[in-house]
Write a protein that binds this ligand. Structure first.
Ligand code: FAD
Length: 516
């Protein structure tokens, strides 16, 4: 029988192979009694920089019964969490389910539907990985932007050129399924147990292609370079989607997993009368420091064996505005992540090794819907576009993002003014107030070594597509999901939302299901 034990602590220099011995000691048995073990969770305790520890939760198989000291610990049987598919419907679908978007949400919706035998059709406006990587490199090197296939659009969605952090604030048993599928497709096994797992853009690109292959092998189809441009409704229910302004594809089940950058699609949906509402989001800059500075501040040294250190900081300003760091990329690089001509937006990316010389993170100020200056459901999109256009202009109109040191920003030097011009005044004021506080929380954060890049506008969607308890939009058979629809904030939560949508569609085809 397997038991679960927590608080197994190792010195950072100790190998995980010492775990059975530690367990044996804790339960008062010989090491030989630990027949097998599996790490369930690993976290870092760096509160005492002189004695940084790795803390494990472990499932272990014990020879014989728990007794004595072990029994007193009250250990419970370890129950492996496996994903249970919803009951597959028996009623026949007239047409295949269609999924718009092949980011994490659309990908996992397609995977689950294909595993249930529904043979989904995925429509993705961007290109497959092989072509997309070249397009993105060309954009970064030569400033040639393809508005249909770029850092935001294309196979794998917005997170493909990212750090591939898999941390999420949601609690959902489907997370296990997401992580297991990522590992099955080539992610390192450690993502299953690290407290803050990440894949890295290099590995993620391979993983995405392998998931694509699995969907195809299950009978799904994926069409790249294929944008949903219109939706046909009959009596308030979807009957077909138009692609690339030409062909119509019939379907009664449409998942909209288009991400937060599909502004033209948002506008099309609004124009057709879909129920959309404003959603608060954030605006700010990318902040970059030497990784060594972060390691020193977090671990007291660079040479801990723990890899590049992370941080997460926040401050509430006197006027109530929240300032916080987000999407931190240790050992990574700042990237321009534009998807629209004449706009610059920044983000961060790292490779699996996270061995770059710099750390970067979004440094954001919360934006309320009252800041939009309009009641229009898409006013948040207009707000984002305004500041992205400013960043394009200040950067020289060639997709180079404006940058300035913190010192230049604070002291209104020429470069600093350019970065300030890319932000609303309330955000500039909030950053000026917050930085000294953040510098006290993480030594050196507000030093002159900090480099700011403008503008960070797309940490989340400015729109929510209203959906009911069946996860349907105001149109029957249309299921909006993921980050763009306002129901996820990151790779893992978007993937989980995709699974939920697939489940809802499958449930609809159970005998006895009545569609109100
Ligand atoms: P998306 O990933 O945005 O996918 C939507 C897809 O729909 C796109 O491929 C798009 O081309 C397609 N599409 C749009 N409109 C249409 C249409 N009309 N027809 C057909 N297809 C369409 N999150 C993390 O959790 N960890 C990170 O480390 C991280 N780093 C990031 C770094 C960068 C550079 C970026 C840009 C984002 C990062 N994110 C990260 C955010 C993360 O990528 C998103 O939260 C996540 O990808 C959202 O998934 P999604 O499936 O909802 O949407």
């Amino acid at each position: 029988m397997y038991y679960r034990i927590s608080e197994i602590k190792l010195n950072v220099k100790e190998s995980p192979s010492a775990i059975p011995e530690k367990i044996a000691k804790k339960i008062g048995r010989d090491k030989e009694a630990i027949m097998d073990y599996k790490i369930v969770r690993e976290s870092i305790d760096a509160r005492d920089k002189e004695q940084i520890r790795l803390v494990y939760t472990v499932d272990f198989e014990l020879a014989g019964e728990l007794s004595g000291r072990g029994a007193k610990l009250g250990l419970k049987e370890a129950v492996a969490s496996t994903y249970t598919f919803v009951e597959t419907g028996l009623k026949k679908m007239k047409n295949r389910p269609v999924i718009a978007g092949f980011g994490p949400c659309g990908m996992f919706a397609a995977l689950i539907l294909s595993e249930m035998g529904y043979q989904p059709l995925v429509l993705e406006r961007g290109m497959p990985m092989e072509q997309r990587v070249g397009q993105v490199q060309k954009f970064w090197q030569e400033g040639l932007l393809d508005p249909e296939s770029n850092v935001q659009f294309g196979e794998g969605g917005a997170g493909t050129f990212s750090d591939g952090k898999l941390t999420t604030q949601i609690k959902d048993q489907r997370i296990g399924k997401v992580l297991q599928e990522l590992v099955a497709a080539g992610a390192h096994e450690e993502v299953l147990y690290k407290q803050k797992p990440h894949i890295g853009t290099d590995v993620l690109r391979r993983v995405v292609v392998n998931i694509r292959k699995k969907i195809l092998a299950n009978g799904g189809e994926i069409r790249f370079g294929t944008k949903v441009t219109d939706v046909q409704l009959i009596d308030g229910a979807v009957s077909a989607v138009q692609v690339n302004g030409q062909e119509w594809i019939e379907t009664e089940n449409l998942i909209l997993a288009m991400g937060h950058s599909a502004r033209d699609s948002f506008r099309m949906l609004h124009q057709k009368g879909m129920d959309l509402m404003q959603k608060p989001f954030s605006i700010g800059v990318r902040i970059q420091h030497p990784q060594e500075l972060i390691d020193q501040a977090q671990y007291g040294s660079r040479d801990t064996g723990l890899g590049a250190a992370e941080y997460k900081l926040s401050h509430r300003c006197q006027n109530g505005r929240g300032v916080y760091t987000f999407c931190m990329c240790p050992g990574g690089q700042v990237v321009v992540a534009s998807s629209q001509k004449g706009g610059v937006v920044t983000n961060g990316m790292s490779f699996h090794a996270r061995d770059g010389a710099y750390a970067n993170s979004a440094l954001l100020v919360d934006v309320r819907t009252s800041d939009f200056g309009s009641e229009h459901p898409l006013a948040g999109v207009d707000f984002q576009e305004t500041y992205e256009r400013k960043a394009f202009a200040e950067g020289g109109k060639n997709y180079q993002a404006p940058t300035a040191t913190w010192e230049a920003f604070a002291e209104q030097q020429e470069d600093g003014i350019k970065v300030r011009n890319c932000l609303p005044d309330f955000a500039v004021q909030a950053l000026l107030e917050a930085m000294p506080h953040l510098g006290r929380k993480l030594k050196g954060f507000d030093s002159s070594a900090a480099l700011l890049t403008a503008v960070e506008t797309r940490s989340s969607s400015p729109v929510r597509m209203v959906r009911d308890e069946q996860l349907e939009s105001s149109w029957k058979g249309v299921y909006p999901g993921g980050e763009g629809a306002g129901y996820a904030g990151g790779i893992t939560s978007a993937a989980v939302d995709g699974i939920k949508l697939a489940e809802k569609i499958a449930e609809r085809y159970r005998p006895g299901f009545i569609h109100e």
